[in-house]
Design a protein around this ligand. Structure first.
Ligand SMILES: C[S@@+](CC[C@H](N)C(=O)[O-])C[C@H]1O[C@@H](n2cnc3c(N)ncnc32)[C@H](O)[C@@H]1O
Length: 251
């Protein structure tokens, strides 16, 4: 190597993005072997106030689900949230809870951890191809961000059509700030947050790099426009912590 020539960084695979999660390619995937077992701990430490946001959704669900109906969690991963809802409502036989995910490993894990709940079902499918029954309440948490813009709109229109009048959809997303200096500040605070959550710098960098072109956040304004284009006129910001926002879309 010539003097002063910068050293080229070479990523060696498998590369670690968490204590027990290794990527064997540069690109993040939900089909990683063994991911389902590690996923809950990983996402809890990756998203600020993840647990508190789930608590809020569980409490909020009462406003929409007491009359009964089929409730969907689209992109449920390990089924943690829909399981909490089904457990809370195990004595309300007017409701039925459904988790949909396209990763077989996630669905198997979900089924294996919820065998005692007869009011809950998990379906291995692409939710874009699934025909949603009429529903009072739909959850789409941290999932739209992994879809193309065109398919986000297709899904949102489908949810709008399936929602009962007076029903609601809760959406959590990673977002971009309109203002670039706020975006920079949040990025650096998020790095500090992840360090506190025991990710090392190499893991933080490897995860961010693996999500390039896979996770595409929009600004809140852009998200609201998308929701409006899908038919939702009443949209409320429920929660925000750094890059992560949760919205309530009412029909
Ligand atoms: C970030 S995870 C969701 C996390 C989970 N909702 C939570 O709150 O912890 C995104 C999930 O969406 C699923 N997914 C993405 N596109 C999908 C599609 N078209 N159909 C079904 N599942 C999909 C992925 O397999 C993945 O498990």
């Amino acid at each position: 190597m010539k003097k002063n020539e910068p050293k080229r960084s070479r990523e060696i695979f498998p590369i670690s993005v968490d204590r027990n999660i290794q990527l064997d390619s540069p690109v993040w995937s939900f089909s990683l072997e063994g991911l389902a077992t590690e996923f809950d701990d990983h996402i809890k430490r990756s998203i600020p106030a993840y647990k508190e946001t789930q608590d809020l959704i569980v409490d909020l669900s009462d406003y929409y689900t007491r009359q009964g109906g089929i409730i969907f969690d689209l992109g449920c991963s390990t089924g943690e949230l829909i399981k909490r809802l089904a457990e809370k409502n195990r004595h309300n036989n007017k409701n039925f809870w459904m988790g949909l995910d396209k990763e077989e490993g996630m669905i198997l894990h979900s089924k294996n951890h919820t065998r005692d709940l007869p009011n809950l079902e998990f379906i291995h499918c692409d939710f874009l191809e699934y025909s949603l029954q009429k529903t009072p309440f739909v959850l789409i948490c941290y999932t739209l961000q992994f879809m193309t813009l065109a398919s986000r709109l297709v899904l949102l229109k489908k949810v709008f059509a399936a929602l009962e009048e007076g029903g609601a959809c809760v959406i959590s997303e990673k977002v971009l700030e309109e203002n670039s200096s706020t975006q920079n500040m949040f990025s650096s605070l998020y790095h500090q947050y992840k360090s506190r959550m025991r990710f090392n710098s190499s893991e933080i960098l490897a995860k961010a790099s693996s999500l390039t072109g896979i996770l595409t956040p929009l600004t809140r304004q852009h998200n609201f426009k998308l929701f409006e284009n899908a038919g939702f006129e009443k949209v409320t910001l429920l929660a925000k912590n750094l890059h992560f926002e949760t919205y309530l879309l009412e029909k």
